[in-house]
Design a protein around this ligand. Sequence first.
Ligand SMILES: Cc1ncc(CO)c(N)n1
Length: 224
Amino acid sequence: MQEKFTDYLLRSGKEYWERYLQHPFVQGIGDGTLDTASFRYYMCQDYVYLIDYAKLYAYGVIKARDLHTMELFSTVTEGLLHTEMELHRQYAARFGITREELEQTEPAPMNLAYTKYMLSVAQTGSLAELVACLLPCIWGYAHIGKRLAEAGLPESQPLYHDWIRMYASEEMDEMASQMASLMDELAAGISVAERKVLEKHFIITTKFEYMFWEMAYHQQVWPI
Ligand SMILES: Cc1ncc(CO)c(N)n1
Protein backbone atom coordinates (compact mmCIF):
# COMPACT_ATOMS: atom_id res chain seq x y z
CA MET A 1 0.00 0.00 0.00
CA GLN A 2 1.17 3.48 -0.79
CA GLU A 3 2.38 5.54 2.16
CA LYS A 4 -0.11 8.13 3.40
CA PHE A 5 0.89 11.67 2.50
CA THR A 6 0.76 12.71 6.17
CA ASP A 7 3.13 9.85 7.07
CA TYR A 8 5.45 11.07 4.35
CA LEU A 9 5.31 14.60 5.82
CA LEU A 10 6.08 13.34 9.32
CA ARG A 11 8.99 11.34 8.01
CA SER A 12 10.28 14.31 6.07
CA GLY A 13 10.14 16.58 9.16
CA LYS A 14 11.27 13.94 11.68
CA GLU A 15 14.55 15.56 12.68
CA TYR A 16 12.78 18.90 13.32
CA TRP A 17 10.04 17.27 15.38
CA GLU A 18 12.59 15.64 17.64
CA ARG A 19 14.33 18.97 18.21
CA TYR A 20 10.93 20.60 18.80
CA LEU A 21 10.03 18.20 21.61
CA GLN A 22 13.45 18.62 23.19
CA HIS A 23 13.27 22.42 23.20
CA PRO A 24 14.01 23.79 26.72
CA PHE A 25 10.75 25.75 26.72
CA VAL A 26 8.72 22.57 26.15
CA GLN A 27 10.84 20.55 28.56
CA GLY A 28 10.55 23.35 31.12
CA ILE A 29 6.73 23.30 31.02
CA GLY A 30 6.89 19.53 31.44
CA ASP A 31 9.14 19.52 34.49
CA GLY A 32 7.90 22.83 35.89
CA THR A 33 11.29 24.56 35.72
CA LEU A 34 10.35 27.07 33.02
CA ASP A 35 10.67 30.65 34.25
CA THR A 36 7.13 32.10 34.60
CA ALA A 37 8.38 35.34 32.98
CA SER A 38 9.03 33.38 29.76
CA PHE A 39 5.65 31.72 30.09
CA ARG A 40 3.88 35.10 30.58
CA TYR A 41 5.63 36.44 27.51
CA TYR A 42 4.54 33.32 25.61
CA MET A 43 0.88 33.73 26.72
CA CYS A 44 0.80 37.31 25.39
CA GLN A 45 2.48 36.43 22.10
CA ASP A 46 0.28 33.36 21.66
CA TYR A 47 -2.85 35.46 22.17
CA VAL A 48 -2.05 37.67 19.19
CA TYR A 49 -0.97 34.57 17.28
CA LEU A 50 -4.40 33.01 17.91
CA ILE A 51 -6.17 36.03 16.40
CA ASP A 52 -4.47 35.39 13.03
CA TYR A 53 -4.78 31.65 13.57
CA ALA A 54 -8.59 32.00 13.76
CA LYS A 55 -8.49 33.96 10.49
CA LEU A 56 -6.63 31.08 8.82
CA TYR A 57 -9.53 28.72 9.61
CA ALA A 58 -11.95 31.33 8.30
CA TYR A 59 -9.96 31.23 5.04
CA GLY A 60 -10.51 27.48 5.10
CA VAL A 61 -14.27 28.12 4.89
CA ILE A 62 -13.68 30.28 1.80
CA LYS A 63 -11.26 27.89 0.08
CA ALA A 64 -13.22 24.68 0.76
CA ARG A 65 -14.88 23.05 -2.23
CA ASP A 66 -17.62 21.20 -0.36
CA LEU A 67 -20.07 21.90 2.41
CA HIS A 68 -18.69 19.29 4.79
CA THR A 69 -15.22 20.90 4.71
CA MET A 70 -16.79 24.36 5.12
CA GLU A 71 -18.57 23.10 8.24
CA LEU A 72 -15.33 21.69 9.64
CA PHE A 73 -13.47 24.99 9.24
CA SER A 74 -16.41 27.00 10.50
CA THR A 75 -16.63 24.84 13.64
CA VAL A 76 -12.93 25.28 14.37
CA THR A 77 -13.12 29.06 13.80
CA GLU A 78 -16.07 29.27 16.19
CA GLY A 79 -14.27 27.11 18.78
CA LEU A 80 -11.12 29.22 18.59
CA LEU A 81 -12.93 32.54 18.92
CA HIS A 82 -15.46 31.55 21.55
CA THR A 83 -13.74 28.84 23.56
CA GLU A 84 -9.96 28.70 23.13
CA MET A 85 -9.47 32.48 23.34
CA GLU A 86 -11.74 32.69 26.40
CA LEU A 87 -9.80 29.87 28.09
CA HIS A 88 -6.64 31.72 27.20
CA ARG A 89 -7.94 34.93 28.84
CA GLN A 90 -9.01 33.09 32.00
CA TYR A 91 -5.75 31.21 32.18
CA ALA A 92 -3.68 34.37 31.58
CA ALA A 93 -5.57 36.08 34.45
CA ARG A 94 -4.03 33.51 36.80
CA PHE A 95 -0.62 34.88 35.80
CA GLY A 96 -1.87 38.42 36.47
CA ILE A 97 -2.20 39.24 32.77
CA THR A 98 -5.24 41.37 31.91
CA ARG A 99 -7.31 41.22 28.72
CA GLU A 100 -6.01 44.69 27.78
CA GLU A 101 -2.43 43.51 28.17
CA LEU A 102 -3.16 40.51 25.95
CA GLU A 103 -4.78 42.63 23.29
CA GLN A 104 -2.11 45.30 23.32
CA THR A 105 0.73 42.83 22.82
CA GLU A 106 3.06 43.92 20.04
CA PRO A 107 3.84 40.80 18.00
CA ALA A 108 7.55 39.94 18.12
CA PRO A 109 9.33 39.65 14.74
CA MET A 110 9.22 35.84 14.65
CA ASN A 111 5.54 35.74 15.58
CA LEU A 112 4.74 38.23 12.84
CA ALA A 113 6.82 36.35 10.25
CA TYR A 114 5.10 33.09 11.13
CA THR A 115 1.48 34.29 11.05
CA LYS A 116 1.97 36.45 7.97
CA TYR A 117 3.62 33.55 6.11
CA MET A 118 0.54 31.43 6.74
CA LEU A 119 -1.89 34.24 5.94
CA SER A 120 -0.12 34.83 2.65
CA VAL A 121 -0.48 31.13 1.75
CA ALA A 122 -4.15 31.25 2.84
CA GLN A 123 -4.79 34.22 0.57
CA THR A 124 -2.91 33.10 -2.51
CA GLY A 125 -2.72 29.29 -2.26
CA SER A 126 -5.06 26.31 -2.37
CA LEU A 127 -6.88 24.69 0.55
CA ALA A 128 -4.27 21.90 0.48
CA GLU A 129 -1.50 24.48 0.90
CA LEU A 130 -3.33 26.06 3.84
CA VAL A 131 -3.84 22.68 5.53
CA ALA A 132 -0.13 21.85 5.03
CA CYS A 133 0.68 25.05 6.96
CA LEU A 134 -1.81 24.31 9.75
CA LEU A 135 -0.82 20.70 10.41
CA PRO A 136 2.39 21.46 12.35
CA CYS A 137 0.47 23.83 14.68
CA ILE A 138 -2.08 21.17 15.55
CA TRP A 139 0.17 18.13 15.54
CA GLY A 140 2.85 19.89 17.56
CA TYR A 141 0.54 20.89 20.39
CA ALA A 142 -1.42 17.63 20.42
CA HIS A 143 1.87 15.75 20.59
CA ILE A 144 3.35 17.90 23.33
CA GLY A 145 0.13 17.74 25.35
CA LYS A 146 0.08 13.97 25.17
CA ARG A 147 3.78 13.47 25.88
CA LEU A 148 3.87 15.86 28.83
CA ALA A 149 0.65 14.48 30.33
CA GLU A 150 2.03 10.93 30.06
CA ALA A 151 5.25 12.00 31.77
CA GLY A 152 3.18 13.33 34.73
CA LEU A 153 2.11 16.89 35.55
CA PRO A 154 4.91 19.02 37.09
CA GLU A 155 4.47 18.99 40.88
CA SER A 156 6.59 22.07 41.40
CA GLN A 157 4.47 24.20 39.07
CA PRO A 158 0.68 23.68 39.27
CA LEU A 159 0.14 26.72 37.03
CA TYR A 160 1.31 24.69 34.02
CA HIS A 161 -1.10 21.82 34.66
CA ASP A 162 -4.09 23.30 32.84
CA TRP A 163 -2.01 24.22 29.82
CA ILE A 164 -0.81 20.63 29.50
CA ARG A 165 -4.33 19.29 30.09
CA MET A 166 -5.79 21.63 27.47
CA TYR A 167 -3.50 20.29 24.75
CA ALA A 168 -3.68 16.69 25.96
CA SER A 169 -7.48 16.79 25.54
CA GLU A 170 -9.49 14.46 23.33
CA GLU A 171 -10.77 17.43 21.31
CA MET A 172 -7.20 18.28 20.37
CA ASP A 173 -6.53 14.71 19.31
CA GLU A 174 -9.75 14.59 17.33
CA MET A 175 -8.91 17.81 15.54
CA ALA A 176 -5.42 16.54 14.71
CA SER A 177 -6.82 13.41 13.11
CA GLN A 178 -9.53 15.32 11.22
CA MET A 179 -6.95 17.68 9.72
CA ALA A 180 -4.64 14.80 8.87
CA SER A 181 -7.46 12.97 7.05
CA LEU A 182 -8.31 16.14 5.17
CA MET A 183 -4.66 16.56 4.17
CA ASP A 184 -4.57 12.98 2.86
CA GLU A 185 -7.80 13.51 0.93
CA LEU A 186 -6.58 16.75 -0.62
CA ALA A 187 -3.20 15.25 -1.51
CA ALA A 188 -4.70 12.21 -3.26
CA GLY A 189 -3.84 12.25 -6.94
CA ILE A 190 -1.84 15.48 -6.98
CA SER A 191 1.40 15.79 -8.96
CA VAL A 192 4.88 15.35 -7.49
CA ALA A 193 5.51 19.07 -8.01
CA GLU A 194 2.41 19.94 -5.98
CA ARG A 195 3.42 17.53 -3.23
CA LYS A 196 6.75 19.32 -3.03
CA VAL A 197 4.97 22.64 -2.51
CA LEU A 198 2.90 21.16 0.34
CA GLU A 199 5.99 19.61 1.87
CA LYS A 200 7.79 22.96 1.72
CA HIS A 201 4.96 24.70 3.60
CA PHE A 202 4.86 21.90 6.14
CA ILE A 203 8.59 22.06 6.83
CA ILE A 204 8.65 25.86 7.00
CA THR A 205 5.79 26.02 9.50
CA THR A 206 7.33 23.14 11.50
CA LYS A 207 10.47 25.27 11.80
CA PHE A 208 8.39 28.32 12.70
CA GLU A 209 6.76 26.30 15.51
CA TYR A 210 10.25 25.55 16.82
CA MET A 211 11.18 29.21 16.47
CA PHE A 212 8.09 30.22 18.46
CA TRP A 213 9.44 28.29 21.49
CA GLU A 214 12.85 29.80 20.89
CA MET A 215 11.36 33.29 20.73
CA ALA A 216 9.41 32.75 23.98
CA TYR A 217 12.31 31.12 25.79
CA HIS A 218 14.48 34.18 25.13
CA GLN A 219 11.55 36.64 25.34
CA GLN A 220 12.65 38.18 22.08
CA VAL A 221 11.64 41.76 21.32
CA TRP A 222 12.34 44.08 18.42
CA PRO A 223 15.98 45.19 18.79
CA ILE A 224 15.16 48.71 17.63
C1 LIG B 1 2.29 29.10 18.17
C2 LIG B 1 1.11 28.18 18.33
N1 LIG B 1 0.99 27.13 17.52
C3 LIG B 1 -0.06 26.29 17.65
C4 LIG B 1 -1.03 26.49 18.61
C5 LIG B 1 -2.16 25.52 18.77
O1 LIG B 1 -3.36 26.05 19.04
C6 LIG B 1 -0.87 27.64 19.45
N2 LIG B 1 -1.76 27.93 20.42
N3 LIG B 1 0.20 28.45 19.28
